[in-house]
Structure formats: structure tokens, C-alpha cells
Design a binder for this molecule. Structure first.
Ligand SMILES: NC(=O)C1=CN([C@@H]2O[C@H](COP(=O)(O)OP(=O)(O)OC[C@H]3O[C@@H](n4cnc5c(N)ncnc54)[C@H](O)[C@@H]3O)[C@@H](O)[C@H]2O)C=CC1
Ligand SMILES: O=C(O)[C@@H]1CCC=N1
Length: 270
């Protein structure tokens, strides 16, 4: 990737903006980034917040790297709109859940390289987890370019396309599970009589510390949990309740539902 490489995000919502924020924090010049939005007020907000350029979809589609950031159900209409405008030499990067690379290859100019990326919202603070797989026209050099592009957003894992829907259930949707747990812990702390502001701080810093241990200590989640759990102590009393409430089996069912929903979107919008 050269210093002149340009990038556009077509359909810059929550995830597209997280990608833009991550790139800017990683040193991308805002002039190299163009965003598009359906509503002019949204485009103006993005320009004001990030200093990036804005354009219509067809003009933006001429960038070297074109990130397709709309919802899966809006993707076919977007691709129809940019038909003929997105050069076959550009690299198309989809971040849409469920849609296979073949979906894009069927709608873009023949030979257009396609990468399928599944980021998550922590990309906005450089701590994202992105999944990456390639379409049939993408070369190893294209994949290296996408990895380079994604580096400021956090970590990247390459995987076969057949695993993307399952992995999306883990890392793409995953932040939401952690936020749900954080919400529940905060409410439970308030129920114990703690002030809400204190409860939020305790929950956030505890999550941050646990995540740092989990990622960086070299120990497994099981080892780390056991370290906290004194025999006959306070933690095991809480864990017993969570197990009785079916937390573990709820996760089996939840991830299966997310994986299945991705597959369903892939076939519904195909
Ligand atoms: N939100 C998340 O945590 C993640 C989302 N994704 C994927 O990212 C994509 C976007 O998701 P979100 O950002 O959450 O949705 P969003 O609704 O916040 O963003 C989509 C944006 O695209 C705009 N849009 C729709 N059609 C357009 C068009 N023709 N031209 C210009 N703009 C258009 C919408 O107005 C909206 O602002 C989805 O495909 C989703 O599967 C992927 C990973 C994580
Ligand atoms: O909920 C969704 O469909 C998107 C994909 C992964 C996270 N959010």
C-alpha cells in the first residue's frame, strides 16, 4: 500500500465509522478517505467529526479500496448503483455479515478482487478483531494489502470462507455479549445499593482488566477463573447461580443462532 492509496466507505454507519476512526488513529491522512451516506446530514456529521471527504457512491467507488459498508439487505441496491463505476482494478472489501464473496463477484465487473472482512466495533479504538477471507480474484498481494489496512484497527485472522459465519458469531457480534453482561452487572450492583456511577466504573475497569489478562497472560480462561475462585468463597457462590441459570448452555444456543442467522442472510439476499 502506498502513501497515495485511496479508500472509500460506501454506506458509513456504525461499523463504517469505526473503520474510519481506526484508520485515522493509525495515521491515515483524512484526504485519502471518502465516505458516503444516504442522508446528507450524516455525511456532514462524518466530515465534521473526522475531516474526511464525502461524495456520491459512484464517484467514491473509484477509490483504490472500496469498503462496502451497508446492511446486507441494502447491498444489492448499492452494487447496482455503482455498476460500471467501480473499476475492476479496485479492491472491493465487504464488511457485511452473511454475504459470501460470490455475491459480490456476481455483481461487480468480472475479475474485480473481493475481500470479505468481518470487523467489530472495537476497531474504533484499535482493539478490533477482524476476520478475513478472499474471493476468487483476490491475490495474496491483495490479502496482504487488506491486512495492512486492518492493522491499525486491531488484530486480523485469516480463515476459510466456510468458517466466517461461525466466527462472526464469536468476534463480530461478540462485543454485544460483553456489553450485555456489563449492563446486567451494573444493574445488579445498583440492586445491591451501590451508586450507579461507581457501579459503571467497577464494571468497566473489571472488564478491561479481565480482557487484558485473558489476551496477554498466556493463561486460559479456565485457569484465570479458577485463580479468582477461592474454595468456599464469594466467587463460587456467584458462579453457582450463573451455572444454575444456564449461562453456558445459553452461549451454545446464542452462538448457534448468530451463525444460523448469518447463513440465512447469505441465502436470503443472494
Ligand atoms: N455494527 C457492527 O458491530 C458490525 C456490523 N457489520 C456489518 O457492517 C454493515 C453495516 O452495519 P452497521 O454499521 O451496524 O449499520 P448502519 O445501519 O449503522 O450503517 C449502514 C449505513 O449505510 C447507509 N446506507 C444504506 N444504503 C446506502 C446507500 N445506497 N448509499 C449510501 N449509504 C447507504 C445507511 O444509511 C447507514 O448509515 C452491515 O453489513 C453489518 O453486517 C460488521 C461487523 C460488525
Ligand atoms: O448484528 C449484525 O448483523 C452485525 C454483524 C456482526 C455484528 N453486527
Amino acid at each position: 500500500m502506498s502513501e497515495q492509496t485511496t479508500l472509500a466507505v460506501l454506506g458509513t454507519g456504525a461499523m463504517g465509522e469505526a473503520v474510519v476512526a481506526g484508520l485515522l488513529a493509525g495515521g491515515w491522512a483524512p484526504e485519502r478517505i471518502t465516505v458516503t451516506a444516504r442522508r446528507p446530514e450524516r455525511a456532514a456529521e462524518l466530515v465534521a467529526r473526522h475531516g474526511v471527504r464525502t461524495a456520491g457512491n459512484r464517484e467514491a467507488a473509484t477509490a483504490d479500496v472500496v469498503v462496502l459498508g451497508v446492511k446486507p439487505g441494502d447491498m444489492a441496491a448499492l452494487l447496482a448503483e455503482v455498476e460500471g463505476a467501480l473499476p475492476a482494478t479496485s479492491l472491493a472489501v465487504s464488511i457485511a455479515a452473511g454475504l459470501p464473496t460470490a455475491f459480490f463477484e456476481a455483481r461487480l465487473a468480472p475479475g474485480t478482487p473481493v475481500a470479505r472482512v468481518m470487523p467489530n466495533t472495537a476497531s474504533a479504538v484499535g482493539e478490533g478483531m477482524s476476520l478475513l477471507c478472499a474471493g476468487s480474484a483476490a491475490t495474496p498481494a491483495h490479502l496482504e494489502l487488506v491486512e495492512e489496512l486492518l492493522a491499525p484497527l486491531g488484530r486480523v485472522a485469516r480463515l476459510p470462507e466456510a468458517q466466517v459465519d461461525a466466527a462472526t458469531a464469536v468476534s463480530g457480534s461478540g462485543p454485544a455479549y460483553h456489553f450485555l453482561v456489563a449492563e446486567a452487572m451494573t444493574e445488579a450492583a445498583v440492586a445491591l445499593g451501590l451508586p450507579r456511577v461507581l457501579a459503571r466504573e467497577l464494571v468497566a475497569q473489571t472488564a478491561y482488566g479481565a480482557a487484558a489478562l485473558l489476551r496477554d497472560s498466556g493463561r486460559t480462561a479456565t485457569e484465570l477463573r479458577e485463580q479468582v475462585t477461592s474454595p468456599g468463597g464469594t466467587t463460587i457462590a456467584a458462579l453457582r447461580e450463573l451455572e444454575a441459570a444456564g449461562l453456558r448452555t445459553a452461549f451454545f444456543a446464542a452462538l448457534e443462532a448468530a451463525r444460523d442467522r448469518g447463513q440465512e442472510m447469505g441465502s436470503r439476499y443472494a
